[in-house]
Design a protein around this ligand. Structure first.
Ligand code: HEM
Ligand code: HEM
Length: 186
């Protein structure tokens, strides 16, 4: 039980940190997409929770981007076609941009609102407003961006998950295993 089995220093799988961040952010982000889509039918008390989850996604995504820059992902199975690699690569970098842009735009548009509501982290402590003038027009524009990019994210997410499932169940290759917690070195 002592120590960890190293599979060629991460040659076959993502690092534990990358895996933990991937799945934590995935759960939080999907939760927030769901809250956002259903917001009109949910009680008002959900809005501060949506904001807190979003601010956490922003923080974790910045950490993750930093980690990604310092750690190369494990290579894809050789059977993965070049166009699939290119598409996956593009979608992944768009995801990093969106994981940051969506909460950032939410932070900006609520801070620009003429009627600001206190921004807290799950009611535990206060968070600062984004430095932006409190003007209705600015808030409106950034609200639009928040909504549009969230929907784009949802569309790309369908593609991302479909690709993961295709590799797992049709190609039966190791693409998904590289991102699963505790899949074990192979
Ligand atoms: C909001 C949800 C999700 C987000 C934001 C997200 C984001 C990402 C990003 C940015 C990467 C690239 C990692 C890197 O190379 O730095 C990635 C890889 C991956 N994700 Fe997701 N993901 C999400 C949900 C899922 C789900 C639900 C699955 C599985 C059903 C999944 C399966 C994978 C796999 C297999 C990889 C590795 C692919 C490869 O190396 O080419 N992801 N994800
Ligand atoms: C993972 C991050 C986030 C995702 C995926 C997300 C997604 C969404 C979606 C899909 C909506 C519904 C569309 C709309 O009415 O605009 C929404 C609404 C909203 N979001 Fe976010 N959001 C995130 C983070 C944030 C953050 C960090 C804040 C503020 C600090 C925020 C504030 C709001 C507010 C106030 C609304 C309601 C707007 C209204 O009254 O119509 N969101 N969000």
């Amino acid at each position: 039980m002592m120590g960890t089995v190293f599979s060629g220093a991460g040659l076959t799988r993502y690092t534990r940190v990358a895996i933990a961040l991937h799945w934590t952010i995935a759960v939080l982000l999907v939760t927030n997409l769901g809250i956002g889509l259903l917001m009109d039918d949910l009680p008002d008390g959900i809005v501060p929770i949506h904001k807190s989850i979003g601010m956490l996604v922003l923080l974790l995504s910045l950490v993750r981007l930093g980690w990604r820059i310092g750690h190369r992902p494990p290579p894809l199975p050789a059977s993965v076609k070049p166009w699939e690699k290119g598409l996956a690569h593009a979608v992944h970098w768009i995801f990093y941009a969106f994981m940051i842009f969506i909460p950032l735009s939410g932070w900006i548009f609520t801070s620009a609102s003429p009627k600001r509501h206190a921004l807290t982290f799950f009611g535990l402590f206060g968070l600062p407003y984004f430095p932006v003038p409190q003007e209705k027009a600015i808030s409106h524009v950034w609200h639009g961006r928040h909504e549009t990019v969230a929907y784009l994210m949802l569309a790309l997410l369908v593609l991302h998950v479909a690709a993961a499932l295709k590799h797992r169940f049709l190609d039966r290759d190791r693409t998904l295993d590289r991102m699963l917690p505790g899949a074990g070195p192979r």
